[in-house]
Design a protein around this ligand. Sequence first.
Ligand code: CMP
Length: 143
Amino acid sequence: MERSLILLKPDCVQRRLIGRIISRFEDKGLNIVGMKLMQITPDLAKQHYAEHVAKPFYPGLEAFITASPVVAMVLEGLEAIRVIRDILGATSGLKAAAGTIRGDFSSSRQMNLVHASDGPEAAAREIKLYFTDAELCDCTLSL
Ligand code: CMP
């Protein structure tokens, strides 16, 4: 089993797409083990996007990601990190394939609706930025 940190970004929340996007993850069989609506601060944005802070697009990215609340989630499943990135599609909504979340709902590189961890180390680091251990549930199938 793998876990990944997902952010439903401000554009996703403002466009009232939360339910439709979460349905895609649930339909695939991924389990939600943590979830909250929260405001990202500039400080948290710099920690989260540490690898991008020096890039020219970072000021715009920080302004966007801190503009209004996001939904932070931890999803769990077999090969979850790759499976989720496949469901999302390419970073830019303009390049993402039809049938992916970004391909179907985004026409922007920055406002691409959802962030997902890009590997196991990033997932471990990002999950700790957003959730305490006590906020994560064991959702082992019992029904
Ligand atoms: P995300 O998966 O959250 O990881 C980094 C984010 O930076 C990315 O999604 C986009 O929102 C944004 N991003 C990446 N490349 C660019 C770019 N060239 N211009 C503007 N935003 C970008």
